[in-house]
Design a protein around this ligand. Structure first.
Ligand code: AMP
Length: 407
């Protein structure tokens, strides 16, 4: 189905085609027509499905259709949990809207205020913001949200996880009640449902793909290995495996720095991204990785949340994430929009419990793999003989005499 059929304007379709998209993804074909009708929407889609365009395109279409000259008012607000996501969404808007005349501003912390203040004074149509910095602007009255017509809450589940939800609620009180609200979330737990019920009217629920299941284009590999051998295994893989663009996850900032330094020492171009680095450093790291200057980027979960880099060939979980949802978000950084990707997870003995939780969460058991030269800490699948349902019904095993069993 071509984009034109969705009811988008000609200059917008030209912008989408110039971005290189040929046809809408599933979430786009479902969300865009409903959003153009003015409906509130709850979009539940796996990461990497193209949900950004699903909300950005209806906004651009609506704002250009009734664009009566240069308005001084913010007409659309997109809230997103991380700075990187804010920057990326702004880039998407500018890309799809290259033939329109929209003024977009990304508002996020970690950078100085004056540029944001100047842009706001000149007037912007669309604001993409993280909650904390937007509240700063609201408190100092440098932004007026009273004319917002379309509001997007992106990654709603993450807003809860990251403790931003109270800020989000405060911001929502500043925008008109008769707006259109699009809410996107990778998962829809009860708290998100309750939030949605309070901020939307008759929302249409659109769910694409099976919730919780990692996207199908990603091949997952699990390597049980001693903790002390992880670094060696990582080096072995990076030096032998045709891995040209690799995102490595570490649970801690310190761990991310340590891995990155170790790789640099072995002449592997690497950079770390985490909340302990300045916004400038984070942006430079991301740009360098996107441009292919670094083969590897090592990230913590929060910093990596918004990373959308095309062509990440491998995601490596140096640590098993403690939360099963994070596993889905991590591996979703590869295999984006139907590209093929590999996700590799190193599991040490003390992390097996987290792996079991992930298996339960995604509803499927992993096959253990072994790298030659490295000792596996868990038996491979073939060696993990299933336990008999009952010890008396084990056909391969001789029953012991009853007196032995009593001992
Ligand atoms: P998102 O889920 O919005 O983060 O998008 C994931 C990736 O898919 C991004 O790299 C987008 O540029 C890309 N993408 C989004 N929509 C399309 C489309 N219709 N065709 C091809 N790629 C797309």
């Amino acid at each position: 189905m071509p984009f034109k059929v969705l009811g988008l304007s000609d200059p917008l379709v030209r912008g989408i085609l110039a971005t290189g998209y040929k046809a809408p993804t599933e979430i786009q074909s479902q969300v865009i027509p409903a959003a153009l009708e003015g409906k509130d929407i709850i979009g539940c889609a796996q990461t990497g499905t193209g949900k950004t365009a699903a909300f950005v395109l209806p906004i651009l279409n609506r704002l250009t259709n009734d664009h009566s000259g240069k308005s001084k008012h913010v007409r659309s607000l997109i809230l997103t949990p991380t700075r990187e996501l804010a920057v990326q969404i702004e880039q998407c808007i500018n890309g799809y809207g290259r033939y329109l005349h929209m003024r977009t501003l990304a508002i996020y912390g970690g950078v100085s205020m004056p540029n944001q203040l100047t842009a706001l004074r000149r007037g912007v149509d669309i604001v993409v913001a993280t909650p904390g910095r937007l509240l700063d602007h609201i408190n100092r009255r440098s932004i007026d949200l009273s004319r917002v017509e379309m509001f997007v809450l992106d990654e709603a589940d993450r807003m809860f996880d990251m403790g931003f939800i109270n800020d989000v609620r405060k911001i929502i009180t500043r925008i008109p009640a008769n707006r259109q609200t699009l809410l996107f979330s990778a998962t829809i737990p009860q708290e998100v449902k309750t939030l949605a019920a309070g901020i939307q009217h008759n929302a249409k629920i659109i769910q694409v793909g099976q919730q919780r299941s990692p996207i199908e284009t990603i091949t997952q590999h699990i390597y049980p290995v001693h903790r002390e051998q992880k670094m060696e295994l990582l080096l072995h893989m990076l030096q032998n495996g045709g891995m040209y663009s690799v995102l490595i996850f570490s649970r801690t900032k310190h761990g991310a720095d340590r891995i990155s330094h170790r790789l640099e020492k072995s002449a592997i171009k690497s950079v770390a991204i985490h909340s302990g680095r300045t916004q400038g450093q984070r942006q430079r790291a991301l740009q360098g990785f996107k441009a292919g200057k670094f083969q590897v980027m090592v990230a913590t979960d929060i910093a990596a949340r918004g990373i959308d880099v095309e062509g990440i060939s491998h995601v490596i979980n140096f640590d098993v994430p403690a939360f099963a949802e994070d596993y889905i978000h991590r591996i979703g950084r590869t295999g984006r929009a139907t590209a093929i990707g590999d996700a590799i997870t190193f599991v040490s003995r003390d992390e097996e419990k987290h792996l079991r939780q992930i298996e339960k969460f995604i509803g499927h058991k992993f096959k253990m793999e072994k790298c030659p030269g490295f000792v596996s800490t868990m038996p491979e699948e073939s060696e993990r003989a299933p336990k008999p349902a009952h010890k008396f019904f084990n056909p391969g095993k001789k029953r012991r005499p009853s007196r032995n069993r009593r001992r």
